[in-house]
Design a protein around this ligand. Structure first.
Ligand code: GH3
Ligand code: MG
Ligand code: MG
Length: 462
């Protein structure tokens, strides 16, 4: 995976050694000796990830880190801080300042590269989510996600029962919320929890137990009720290769045994925030897209969906050399229904008509509400006779039985006029979809002019 990395370290040998390692891993790397130099670089270039040495005066470095987070241009840039061994408390401070990870020198090379890969992956996912969120917003589909932290469901998974209870209790204390301890097989049982977890903390086992840990990580990722949950794996201190493998397997974060509880709690909080943001965007994009193409009153597709869908139905019919029927249906004297019975009953009639139309058609047919009391039906793979019969059936479906609307109200008699335009069946199908609809509209007008409650066909444009 390629990416642009920026190193800020005043010690020349540190800078060069790290740069050489990262270049060997095929990253584009810039190294700066001072934060001022780094700022100059940041003004012209947007690195994907910044490595900061905390040895260069922690106060200044942390302020720099906070500034990166605050600036919209760099808020999504990943940050790794490097601390000297024995710099107690700096880990927590750096995470609070917005760093994604703090690594203690001497850093294990494989672990560092795995961490960089993991952060760049997360950054890409974030960027994609942001983009989707923005698209949804531009289209007017979704509310912008708020910055919020709701309590999440945190589950700690460990094989050994005493260790499990002890760790769950300590994490819960540091985090200030409930943490459920579960054995691995219970974590995989869908009904073990009433609601899907947001974060799994997994206590890794080293040696022969490592395989079981990795299997659990992969299993949780593959199941529908746990796949979106974030994973934090806590590895034994002397097993950086295990942490590196876990990151490459796709866990969201790793920590080591003996990491301060405050730091674990911060890492979990950050995972919870990220998970909540992703959940919200997923939900708003999905419901936004659905809302964008359906009519809220009847649940039918709206015009925005119908036109492009009709175009692709026409494309397919053209490619297969089959006919297509397009109908425009309009309720007769609907204004009078509103005037006589009131708008609420008018609405109920619209809902009822929509339901009868949908029930009377095939699954492959398109039914949409394209105006107040106007509907569109497209039937692929349909001959003139079939189209005429279908339109007649729809007309009778509406006319045949008055509509029961609101409770206590008498049923309402409704009729429908239908204009049908045929395409294909010996002619090439038009690419002019609006023109095709206009033909069906003219046929509808003829049906209205001829007395309503009637089907009129327009056989071809030629
Ligand atoms: P025609 O037989 O010529 O089609 O006459 P019409 O009365 O059906 O047609 P017109 O276009 O004059 O009136 C349509 C009415 O539909 C006017 C409008 O108030 C009403 N309408 C449009 N949308 C809705 C809706 O969502 N709910 C209700 N209740 N009425 C609606
Ligand atoms: Mg109308
Ligand atoms: Mg009408």
């Amino acid at each position: 995976m390629s990416g642009r990395l920026l190193i800020v370290d005043s010690v020349v040998t540190n800078r060069i050694v790290l740069k050489v390692k990262l270049l060997a891993a095929k990253y584009a790397v810039t190294a700066c000796a001072t934060r001022d130099e780094a700022l100059g670089h940041l003004a012209n270039d947007r690195p994907d990830l910044v490595v900061l040495s905390l040895a260069d005066g922690p106060e200044g470095v942390l302020a720099f880190c906070r500034a990166l987070r605050k600036d919209p241009a760099t808020t999504g840039t990943a940050v790794i801080c490097l601390a000297d061994d024995g710099a107690e408390g700096l880990g927590v401070a750096a995470l609070r300042a917005g760093a994604d990870d703090v690594m203690v020198r001497p850093v294990d090379d494989a672990l560092m590269l795995a961490r960089i890969r993991s952060l760049l992956r997360a950054r890409n996912t974030d960027a994609e989510f942001r983009l989707r969120g923005e698209t949804a917003r531009v289209l007017g589909l979704a509310e912008p996600p708020g910055d919020f932290a709701r309590p999440g469901r945190v589950v700690l998974v460990a094989e050994e029962v005493t260790q499990r209870h002890d760790m769950a209790r300590r994490v819960a204390e540091a985090l200030g919320q409930q943490v459920i301890g579960l054995a691995p097989d219970r974590a995989l049982a869908p009904r073990a929890m009433s609601e899907a977890p947001d974060v799994f903390i997994i206590l890794a086992r080293s040696g022969t137990g490592a395989a079981a840990t990795f299997r659990l990580v992969a299993d949780l990722r593959s199941r529908s009720d746990t796949r979106h949950a974030a994973q934090l794996v806590i590895c034994p201190r002397d097993a950086p290769e295990l942490a590196a493998m876990a990151l490459d397997l796709g866990v969201n974060d790793v920590a080591t045994d003996g990491t301060e509880m405050d730091e674990i709690a911060l890492r979990i909080s950050s995972l919870l925030r990220r998970k909540a943001r992703a959940d919200q965007l997923r939900a708003s994009v999905q419901s936004g897209l659905r809302a964008a193409v359906t009519d809220p009153l009847t649940g039918l597709y709206n015009r925005r969906y119908a036109i492009p869908h009709l175009a692709s139905l026409a494309d397919r019919a053209r490619a297969e050399g089959r006919g297509i029927a397009l109908m425009v249906l309009d309720i007769d004297h609907f204004k009078a229904i509103n005037d006589t019975w009131g708008h609420a009953i008018g609405d109920a009639v619209l809902v009822g008509v929509a339901r009868r139309l949908r029930d009377a058609l095939r699954a492959v047919d398109l039914v949409a509400r394209i105006g107040g009391e106007e509907f569109l039906v497209a039937m692929p793979n349909t001959s003139v006779e079939q189209a005429r019969a279908a339109a007649e059936r729809l007309r009778i479906t509406i006319e045949g039985q008055p509509f029961a609307t609101l409770q206590g109200q008498p049923p309402v008699e409704v009729t429908l006029s239908i204009g049908v335009a045929m395409e294909g069946n010996d002619h090439p199908i038009t690419e002019d979809i609006e023109g095709l609809i206009a033909r069906a509209d003219r046929a509808l007008y003829d049906a209205k002019a001829a007395g309503r409650n009637m089907v009129t066909m327009s056989l071809s444009a030629a």
